[in-house]
Design a protein around this ligand. Structure first.
Ligand SMILES: [Mg+2]
Length: 265
């Protein structure tokens, strides 16, 4: 595949692409080292805004993959980037975890205790959600019509026992109460991919997005004009692939096939 020859930056989804839950795929270490041996770069990208980057560094280390904070791009970081571009200096009411709030503070924003002092409402994947926070969000949207931004559209987050509601589900609860929907930052929006390209100084034609979900990973790649590569090692089945209106540029059984000859187009 000719487009693959031009790729300098590989943006990698993690769960379902490099590992499944707590099980590292056997071909992942050699895949990662092949990218570096070629003189190219990879970044791990995630829609999950409930965990800090340092928690991801630890997670990969526990699986045997050495990584540093600069190797990651999260929807929290992309949200801070978006807020700087569109609402610079805004005071934020954040419905999110304490670690997400600290990340926004480190990015230079003031995080308020109540919506009364806020200029913007930010919704994350809040694993510390309370009804009081939801009530504040609804009050801000009903009475003040503040700008409303969400880190990611995922409806559920996989766990070892099944799934729990993610940011997208909580946004639906708020929509049912207020009729307002947020601007959503994470995949499938191209914003995270554009931020990665900007950080690494590469163009869309030099960038590949690799992931196991069509409606987030693949769509974000297509939306950003990057090469989109679907791996069948996670969520997508042949039935889902056949029914999807979004077609990946390349389909592989798993990332171990990327630098081999056996792939489907
Ligand atoms: Mg995945």
């Amino acid at each position: 595949m000719e487009r693959l020859q031009n790729i300098k930056l590989f943006l990698l989804d993690m769960d379902g692409t490099l590992y499944l839950g707590n099980r590292l795929f056997e071909y992942t270490p050699s895949f990662l080292s092949a990218i570096r041996k070629q003189g190219n770069r990879y970044l791990f990208i995630t829609n999950n805004s409930s965990k800090s980057v340092s928690a991801y560094v630890e997670k990969l280390a526990s699986l045997g993959i050495a990584a540093c904070e600069e190797d990651f791009l999260t929807s929290s970081q992309a949200t801070a980037y978006y807020l700087h571009q569109h609402h610079n200096g805004a005071r934020l009411f954040v419905c999110g975890t304490e670690s997400f709030k600290r990340e926004l503070q480190r990015a230079g924003f003031t995080v308020t205790e109540t919506v009364d002092e806020a200029d913007c409402v930010v919704m994350g994947f809040d694993t510390e959600l309370t009804f009081a926070k939801l009530e504040q969000v609804c009050r801000a949207l009903c009475t003040r019509d503040l700008p409303y931004i969400a880190t990611n559209p995922d409806v559920v987050c996989p766990t070892e026992f099944g799934s729990v509601p993610d940011c997208g589900s909580v946004c639906e609860m708020v929509y049912n109460a207020t009729g307002k929907r947020p601007i959503v930052i994470g995949k499938p929006s191209p914003l995270m991919i554009q931020l990665a390209m900007h950080k690494c100084g590469v163009k869309p034609e030099e960038t590949a997005v690799i992931g196991d979900r069509i409606y987030t990973d693949i769509k974000s790649g297509l939306n950003a004009g990057a090469l989109s590569i679907l791996v069948m090692s996670g969520e997508t089945t042949e039935e889902i692939l056949a029914a999807s209106p979004d077609k990946p540029d390349l389909i592989l059984p798993h990332v171990g096939y990327l630098f081999g000859k056996e792939f489907r187009q």
